[in-house]
Design a protein around this ligand. Structure first.
Ligand SMILES: Cc1cc2nc3c(=O)[nH]c(=O)nc-3n(C[C@H](O)[C@H](O)[C@H](O)COP(=O)(O)OP(=O)(O)OC[C@H]3O[C@@H](n4cnc5c(N)ncnc54)[C@H](O)[C@@H]3O)c2cc1C
Length: 411
């Protein structure tokens, strides 16, 4: 039998997550092999061309707020030419009264200064964004074509090997190295350090080494609407992105005078069917009415022009899973990016590369990534025993001699 090709570092999955991690390692001078079941990068959820990015400003968990702020700044700094900054407006919830001072205080309390987030009255919002609703203006909010970004991250590089059309079905540890086996049970690659960034398939790969991770699929459909130049909807179309119950991109006028408007997206828990649905387009028409506060807008004005359907991978607590598996040395997991692929991939690139390169994780505090945040992202948060031992979670934030409960059970 031929010996599997050996690499120090192998990444499974050439979506935005695996590609960004691989790119960070390449930039740091490491040799990387990336392997994917498809014949090219970004074939699955990361084929998404219209992903938005902004720091979360809702009243969520304090850790989520801190993490999205850090991740947004990392993503903004990372994507350069493909980062499309158009600003994103977040309207005030319908049951809330706009109070500028209260919102400004809240934004300051979560570390967002005026350059990142600014309260706007309805009159101001009309002027800045073309939307007559009060809310918060995220001037640096942007969208990213995940397909382009993934391909850019994996462009030819002397230190990069890509292995396409190779579905990995099982992992095995032999003599301290990780073997990657295909569907014929043949070990095609081996690695000292293995990054698993295979979205939902990470679950099966982890299970092959005896670890269960709680991941579930959430189908989503984004609608590309076409709006006739004489339709009443035209008056309501935004010049900026909007994020609220659903999201939309700025409407774009086409050569013939009509508008193209991307609105999304459905959130179908537990489903992974990729065929487009009329029902999902109808749902998005409803979201469109809510986003621009136009309850009387006719469905017929939002004509179907296309769509994007994908399957998000989501963890039980809606945070991504990223970090070293201390009970399986040499394995690093980066998955469950949910609806925040842009933000979490940028964060994963910094965190996973620091762990793979065995750096002192205290250095990550220069990005604001403190030990409690590293622990909140760690896959071990789902393993029995880990949460009961705060010292163990603290140790996850350090690369030096981690103290972890011996042989923790997985659930
Ligand atoms: C409708 C919708 C709207 C969204 N909107 C946004 C948004 O506005 N902003 C945002 O940031 N995010 C958004 N997202 C989420 C974003 O698209 C995802 O978080 C992101 O694409 C996930 O990237 P990934 O690399 O983890 O997974 P994927 O892109 O799915 O990549 C996984 C890769 O692993 C490969 N693979 C899988 N199994 C194996 C195996 N066994 N062996 C080898 N290779 C394997 C696959 O071929 C694939 O290339 C949206 C998602 C959807 C569905």
């Amino acid at each position: 039998m031929t010996k599997p090709q050996h690499h120090e570092i192998v990444v499974i999955g050439a979506g935005i997550c695996g590609a960004t991690i691989a790119n960070e390692l390449l930039e740091r001078g490491k040799t990387v092999c990336i392997v994917d079941a498809a014949s090219s990068p970004a074939s699955a959820c990361s084929s998404h061309p219209y992903a938005i990015a902004h720091p979360h400003i809702g009243k969520g968990s304090p850790r989520l707020l801190r993490l999205t702020r850090i991740a947004f700044l990392l993503a903004e700094g990372r994507w350069g030419a493909v980062w499309n900054q158009h600003g994103i407006f977040q309207p005030t919830k319908k049951d809330k009264v706009f109070d500028r001072a209260e919102i400004a205080n809240y934004l300051a309390s979560i570390g967002l200064d005026e350059r990142l987030a600014q309260p706007l009255s309805a009159v101001e919002a009309k002027e800045v964004c073309g939307i007559t609703q009060s809310g918060v203006w995220l001037a640096r909010g942007a969208s990213l074509n995940l397909f382009e970004a993934t391909n850019q991250a994996l462009k030819n590089h002397d230190l990069l090997t890509c292995v396409w059309n190779a579905r990995i079905t099982r992992l095995e540890n032999r003599d301290g190295q990780w073997l990657l086996l295909n569907e014929n049970n043949v070990a095609i690659l081996s690695a000292d350090k293995l990054v698993i960034a295979a979205a939902m398939d990470s679950k099966a790969l982890m299970s092959s080494i005896g670890i269960r991770v709680p991941l579930k699929p959430v189908r989503g459909q984004l609608s590309i609407f076409s709006v006739d130049k004489n339709d009443p909807w035209v008056e309501k179309l935004p010049r900026v992105g909007i994020s609220g119950d659903g999201y939309c991109l700025p409407a774009e006028q086409q050569m013939d005078g009509s508008y193209r408007w991307i609105v999304g997206s459905s959130f179908d828990e537990g489903e992974d069917d990729l065929s487009p649905r009329e029902l999902s387009d109808d749902f998005n028409r409803e979201q469109a009415r809510g986003l621009v506060n136009y309850a009387q807008g006719k469905s017929s004005g939002l004509q179907k022009g296309g769509n994007f359907v994908g399957v998000r991978c989501v963890a039980g607590d809606r945070l991504p899973m990223m970090g070293a598996l201390l009970q399986r040395p040499g394995i690093y997991l980066a998955t469950a990016l949910g609806s925040r692929g842009v933000l979490w991939s940028a964060l994963a690139a910094k965190l996973i590369s620091a762990q793979v390169l065995d750096e002192d994780l205290a250095l990550l505090t220069r990005f604001g990534l403190a030990a409690d945040l590293v622990a909140a992202l760690a896959p071990a948060r789902f393993f029995a025993g880990a949460l009961a031992a705060p010292s163990a979670l603290g140790a996850l934030a350090s690369n030096s001699k981690p103290v972890f409960p011996s042989a923790p059970k997985t659930k």
